[in-house]
Design a protein around this ligand. Structure first.
Ligand code: URA
Length: 234
C-alpha cells in the first residue's frame, strides 16, 4: 500500500505538492471515489486513477530506449559530468530510473533505462548469455589474428573473457559481439592486440537492433515487442 500523493507523483509529472493541491480541489478520484486526504493509501497496481477528469494509466515499470551520444556518463548522478538521465524527459523524473548496464562516456548507441531491477539483471548477467553487438573502429587494421584470439577468449588482467565473435567489415572496422559487460571490456580486449578503439557504437542487445528512427540523444519508450527481443538469447 502506498500513499496517494506518492503514487501520483510516480505515475505522472505532478509533484507531491501539486498533488496535494489537486486533492484539496477535489480533482482526484480513485476507483470512482473522490480522494479527500493525501494520507490515503492504496494498492498502486490495483486502482483506477482519474485526475481532473482524465484517466491515468498506472504503470509498474518504465522501459526507455536511448541512443546514447558521446559525452554522457552511464550513472544516475555525477557531480561534474552530464549523465544519461539528463536526457530523460521530465515526465519520468519521479521514477527511480537507472541505466541497465554501462557504456563508456565516449561510446554511443543502444541503452536501456528502466526502474525494473529484475529485468535489468536478466539482460546484464553474463549467465543469461544475452549478447551485445558493437560496431568498432580501430587505429590499426583488423586482422584474422584478432578474430581468432577473440574466439578463443581474450585473457584480461581480471580473468579470461568468454568467446567473442569478431566480424571484419572494413580495413579498420569490425562488428564485435560479447555476452559479458566488464569494465572497458572491448577496449581492453583490443588493447591486448596493440589496437586502440577510436569509435564504439552499440547496435544490438539480445535480438533488438537500435531502432532506425532513434537518432543520437533521442529516447523512446520500448514496445512490448522490443522488450521481448532485448531479452532473447540466440
Ligand atoms: N566495452 C567498452 O570498452 N566500452 C563500452 O562502452 C562498452 C563495451
Amino acid at each position: 500500500m502506498e500513499r496517494i500523493d506518492k503514487i501520483i507523483s510516480k505515475q505522472t509529472y505532478y509533484t507531491r505538492k501539486e498533488t496535494k493541491k489537486l486533492i484539496s480541489q477535489g480533482m482526484v478520484y480513485v476507483n470512482g471515489e473522490q480522494v479527500k486526504k493525501t494520507e490515503n493509501k492504496y494498492d498502486e497496481n490495483n486502482i483506477s486513477l482519474k485526475i481532473n477528469g482524465k484517466e491515468i494509466e498506472i504503470r509498474k515499470h518504465i522501459y526507455l530506449l536511448l541512443n546514447k551520444p558521446k559525452g554522457y556518463v552511464s550513472s544516475t548522478e555525477d557531480k561534474s559530468q552530464k549523465t544519461v538521465l539528463d536526457l530523460v524527459p521530465e515526465e519520468y523524473k519521479n521514477r527511480n530510473l537507472f541505466p541497465a548496464g554501462r557504456l563508456d562516456k565516449d561510446t554511443t548507441g543502444l541503452m536501456l533505462i528502466t526502474d525494473d531491477g529484475e529485468f535489468a539483471h536478466n539482460i546484464l548477467s553474463p549467465r543469461k548469455h544475452v549478447k551485445k553487438e558493437y560496431e568498432v573502429t580501430l587505429d590499426i587494421p583488423v586482422t584474422l589474428d584478432i578474430v581468432e584470439g577473440f574466439k578463443q577468449g581474450v585473457k584480461l588482467n581480471d580473468g579470461e573473457c568468454k568467446s567473442a565473435e569478431l566480424e571484419i567489415t572494413g580495413k579498420y572496422t569490425a562488428k564485435v559481439t560479447i555476452t559479458e559487460g566488464r569494465y572497458h571490456q572491448i577496449k581492453r580486449m583490443f588493447g591486448c592486440y596493440g589496437a586502440k578503439v577510436i569509435e564504439l557504437n552499440r547496435i544490438c542487445m539480445g535480438n533488438l537492433y537500435l531502432p532506425k528512427e532513434l537518432k543520437l540523444g533521442e529516447i523512446k519508450e520500448a514496445t512490448e515487442m522490443e522488450l521481448q527481443k532485448i531479452q532473447e538469447r540466440s
